[in-house]
Design a protein around this ligand. Structure first.
Ligand SMILES: Cc1ncc(C[n+]2csc(CCOP(=O)(O)OP(=O)(O)O)c2C)c(N)n1
Ligand SMILES: [Mg+2]
Length: 1021
């Protein structure tokens, strides 16, 4: 009560400028048509005795309508709001009912505060209504709102009819005390309907009995809808109208036949598979087969409204049925997956219920072409959600589909996973962010009321498995899965909702799981009560066809002959055809084909990553300047200093890290490749070095993005600060990278160690996606990494874990020709891991991502202190045409010039090089100790490391120095590879910190001590 009341107060008190927390509660549009009332109005209204938690929303609606158009509300409300807006003090605008005397000429009768009554105690104009009449009317409003808010709690959603709620009467749960005022006689009293309901249709007033009856019909049968938390009145009314309007859920006979045919295919396929492959796991849909007509209906409706491409993500349950009956994947290809056939092409493959697909076909209902993709996914439930969103976003981006009218996502969920997995929440929070929105996702939960063996009462704390969707104000439609017409109705609403408001919506299909978790699992061990009920459930085709036969829509023969037997025949023929297959092809299951990308390309030819000097200069100058024509754009003085020093560097043909990155991005944009950089605070850069978005110091939200204005015909640059999520955002960017290979898609972690909250995306998608699903991705991860005395966190991007995920054999020196060595290694690897020490190499490796004739994920350890290290700079000479990425950087001092006198060769990678280099200088050992940098760790540059080993005397001491602890960093990865390179003729020794449970010490002093020890050991000749 208190909360409802204070919300009203906040809304009425919101300042026009829209600042401060109160303003955030109010959609900007709300006050656009009328000036806000003085703050006193709020106090006046909230103090009125007739306002309480239950009717405050009603009053609020009246108020909003009055703001828009004072004549649209009853004169009494107009008078009331005018008085409050005119300054009537708290409680003064409301006039108590003059029960004994007639109102004086100037006073407003309280009856004016409620809508005029019809029938019953009808109000005589000018006469005062009794207190009882007012209370009755407020109760009717309360009853209506109760159904709208709580009707779903008693809706008949569960086909099994297992009562999981406390045993209260429906009336207690829904209407609570609002009906107490009424007795049986009152049920025939006619009440005027408030504008907040559509149950009347054309009628403006109804008897109470009919009001309750219609509310029951709308809210308490097979559909339970949750939407009253939506702040936008237009959206609320839209849903009310779709749910409450009398007769809104009616289907023609043809529509019913179509539903039946689709239901029959869904049940037919499951029973066919059950009979033919009885001992195979397939995670059947039995009990939830209505999913198939539901998805098809959504696709029909959306296709009719212009959507051409549907990208879907789903778990294991019912996947084969979706592939067969929604995507129309050839049945023989599906059946062939059950046979133990050899794989004829690349990849190690995946189990059949994880595979993706991509199909273009004619939608028979709309007669339009549609493209359907199911994104391949790992077993990890819900992990595919952000990937789907990123893929759709990319489709929308490349099509210029700025409102999501052409491409959309459909996400399927299990009830346990939807409520249990945090990535669901992370994905919802991307749904309304400009750089991440897909303009509305339709979520469908196949809510079989169980998760493996666990009862919902024990898997979640929220009442519904769908409550997570409330955070984005998504409407949620719970629907009984055994009522196909109700399911189709909510699918219709959901598709129209997305098309109208471009926001997420959830359909919760309450169903059951006829078998165990899979077909060979015994459900009676844990759920005897539920499964005794399930055993008695007829299958959906039988149930729905009986209904249609009973009502005369179809006859029994027709159902058997034209629907059931016909589909059985199709399945039989496909099974016969599948038996003729001798091999299966992983490529048949690719979800993101890149037509035209691989064709006609030399798979070992890489285009140049160096560019003309004038390009470097042009980009360098642009990113060192304020907006060219905006003299009024006020730049922060500190930023101006950054720009000035950038300009000096450009003029002296030098780059630091930020400039190198800008030149890599800018030159790719010039060549027509889209570049997208996403992650937390990437616009400025965590370390304040990037500044890709400049902010006007005097005008809010006025920004300038120099990389967007390099060339008139350049590709589009997107740089976007993300939500504070790693799992969701990394998954999203991976998805984005799948749509089009001609782009550089980068995700940057705030600090490298945060990437472990996105571990599933790294393990299950990035490192293994190509092997499992023949799907490539050039996604680039930028992971700030380095021991800088900042404590255990913020130090390590866990280089060792990425290296461990690389599939390269440490004991195999590839026998490739010298000129093809690097590119062949790249083409065969599963991902690239590098730790560059110079900006020019960073620039080249970014450009190489797009210039390779294939795509591989790139994991880059990126610097923190090196961003500003005076020695970590490169010359244009290392970036112009003819230059390229250097996998190994040989020694640059006297040792490298005259190797014969070298007594020790230190191999290292990344930032520690600068510490070693300085320590060598301090000790005057430039001629005796060589320092060689391995810039690309994986694929390991066996060839170039061998050249380096061969360069120095055979008895030179070979060490690997790293700043990470011995059990971390690259040591475990490089050691066997050095052995292989040296054919075991040389031993490489470790120099560095000892093993540690924590990535770094929390003490600055200990850090410095450890570093000094490392350096002393490295040079203790
Ligand atoms: C992240 C994750 N944790 C655990 C599992 C193991 N697992 C597979 S299915 C399942 C139950 C899923 O229940 P629900 O989401 O309701 O889907 P249903 O199988 O009932 O359709 C579990 C726990 C998994 N696949 N993914
Ligand atoms: Mg379940």
């Amino acid at each position: 009560m208190l909360r409802a009341r204070s919300l009203l107060l906040l809304r009425l008190a919101a300042p026009a400028a829209g600042c401060g927390p109160a303003a955030r509660l109010v959609p900007a549009r709300l006050f656009a048509a009328a000036p806000p009332p003085p703050a006193a109005t709020a106090a006046a209204v909230s103090a009125e005795p007739f306002i309480n938690g239950s009717n405050s929303s009603y009053v609020e609606e009246m108020y909003v309508q009055w703001l828009r158009d004072p004549s649209s509300v009853h004169a009494s409300w107009d008078a009331y709001f005018s008085r409050t807006a005119g300054g009537a003090g708290p409680g003064a605008a409301y006039m108590a009912p003059p029960s004994l005397a007639a109102p004086s000429a100037n006073s407003l009768p309280v009856s004016a505060l409620v809508a005029p009554m019809v029938g019953g105690a009808a109000r005589v104009p000018g006469a005062a209504a009794s207190e009882n009449t007012i209370a009755d009317h407020l109760s009717v409003v309360g009853v209506i709102r109760s159904y709208q808010i709580r009707g779903h709690l008693v809706a008949r959603l569960d086909p099994l009819e297992i009562e999981r709620k406390p045993v209260e009467t429906a009336s207690e749960i829904v209407v609570r005390g609002y009906m107490q005022n009424f007795d049986e006689q009152d049920m025939d009293t006619v009440f005027q309907l408030p504008s907040s309901t559509f149950i009347g249709g054309r009628e403006k007033a109804l008897p109470l009995r009919e009001i309750v009856n219609r509310l029951e019909q709308a809210y308490c049968r097979s559909i339970g809808v949750e939407y009253m938390y939506i702040n936008d009145l237009e959206q609320c009314n839209w849903i009310r109208q779709k749910i409450e309007s009398p007769g809104i859920m009616q289907f023609t006979n043809d529509e019913k036949r179509l539903i039946l045919a689709r239901v029959a295919r869904a049940t037919g396929l499951e029973s066919f598979l059950a009979r033919k492959f009885s001992s195979e796991k397939r995670f059947g849909l039995e009990g939830g087969e209505v999913l198939i007509p539901a998805m098809k209906h959504i696709i029909d409706v959306s296709s009719a409204m212009g959507v051409e491409s549907f990208v879907m993500g789903m778990p294991h349950r019912g996947r084969l049925n979706v592939l067969a009956n929604v995507c129309r994947k050839p049945l023989e290809q599906i059946f062939a997956q059950f046979a133990a056939l050899e794989v004829a092409d690349e990849g190690s493959g995946d189990v059949k219920y994880h595979l993706g697909t991509y199909i273009e076909r004619l939608n028979r209902v709309t007669n339009k072409n549609v493209r359907l993709a199911i994104v391949a996914n790992p077993s990890h439930l819900e992990a595919v959600d952000p990937v789907v969103q990123g893929k759709v976003k990319a489709e929308q981006f490349y099509r210029g589909d700025s409102d999501g009218n052409k491409a959309m996502s459909i996400l399927l969920h299990g009830d346990a996973a939807f409520s249990g997995q945090g990535v669901v929440y992370e994905t919802f929070h991307l749904s309304d962010l400009p750089a991440y929105t897909t303009h509305g996702t339709i979520h469908i939960v196949v809510n079989n009321q169980i998760g493996f063996t666990t009862d919902p009462r024990l898997t979640r704390s929220s009442p519904y498995c769908t409550d997570v969707a409330r955070v984005v104000n998504a409407p949620i439609f719970h629907v009984n899965g055994d009522d196909p017409e109700a399911v189709m109705h909510v699918c219709q609403i959901a598709a129209e909702w997305r098309n109208t408001f471009h926001k997420d919506v959830v359909i919760d299909i309450v169903s059951y799981r006829r078998n165990g978790h899979n077909e060979i699992d015994e459900p009676m061990f844990t759920h005897p009560f539920m499964y005794n009920k399930i055993k008695k459930m007829p299958n959906l085709t039988d149930k729905y066809s009986k209904k249609l036969i009973d009502e005369g829509t179809v006859n029994a023969d027709e159902v058997k002959r034209d629907v059931i037997d016909r589909y059985e025949k199709i399945c039989e023929e496909a099974l016969e055809a599948s038996k003729k297959e001798t091999q299966i092809y992983n490529k048949h299951w690719i979800d993101s084909p890149w037509s035209g990308f691989f064709e006609g390309k030399d798979p070992l030819k890489m285009s140049d990553t160096g560019v003309k000097e004038e390009t470097l200069t042009h980009i360098g100058k642009r990113v060192s300047s304020a907006p060219p024509n905006a003299v009024d754009f006020v730049i922060h003085r500190g930023l101006q200093r950054v720009l000035n020093s950038r300009m000096e560097m450009v003029e002296s043909r030098t780059v630091d890290w930020a400039l190198a990155e800008a030149m890599a991005f800018g030159s790719l944009l010039k060549e027509g490749y889209h570049v997208r950089l996403s992650g937390q605070d990437v616009e400025r850069g965590t370390f304040s070095h990037r500044h890709h978005v400049m902010h006007h110091q005097k005008v809010d939200m006025a920004t300038y993005r120099p990389l967007c204005y390099l060339y008139p015909d350049q590709a589009q640059y997107t740089v976007c600060n993300s939500s504070l999520s790693e799992f969701g955002v990394l998954g999203f960017e991976l998805g984005f990278s799948l749509t089009n290979p001609n782009a550089l898609i980068c995700w940057e972690a705030q600090f490298g160690d945060f990437c472990n909250t996105a571990q599933v995306i790294i393990d299950q998608f990035i490192s293994s996606g190509q092997a499992k699903w023949v799907r490539q991705s050039g996604l680039t991860l930028l992971l700030p990494h380095g021991m800088e005395g900042m404590g255990p966190e913020h130090s390590s991007a866990r280089l060792e874990r990425f290296l461990q995920l690389c599939s390269e054999d440490p004991e195999y020196f590839p026998p490739f020709a010298a000129d093809e060595f690097a590119i062949r290694q790249l083409s065969e690897c599963n991902m690239i891991v590098a730790n560059c020490s110079v900006p020019s190499n960073y620039y080249h490796i970014l450009r190489r991502q797009v210039h390779m004739p294939f795509r591989k994920p790139l994991i880059l350890m990126t610097p923190k202190s090196l961003l500003r290290h005076p020695r970590a700079q490169s010359s244009f000479d290392d970036m112009v045409e003819g230059t390229e990425f250097k996998r190994v950087l040989p020694d640059t001092a006297a040792a490298g010039q005259s190797p014969s006198g070298v007594r020790r060769v230190i191999f290292c990678s990344g930032k520690v090089y600068y510490d070693l280099e300085k320590a060598r200088e301090d000790r005057g050992l430039q001629d005796q100790v060589a320092i060689v940098r391995v810039e690309q760790l994986s694929p390991f540059p066996f060839d170039e490391v061998k050249q380096q080993l061969d360069l120095y005397p055979a008895d030179a001491d070979i060490v690997w120095a790293q700043e990470e602890a011995k059990n971390n960093g690259a040591w475990a990865f490089v050691e066997p590879r050095f052995e292989t390179t040296a054919a075991k003729a040389k031993v490489i020794r470790y120099v560095g910190r000892s093993c540690s449970a924590s990535p770094a010490t929390g003490s600055k002093t200990a850090h410095t001590k450890e570093l000094n020890a490392l350096l002393n050991e490295a040079f203790d000749l």
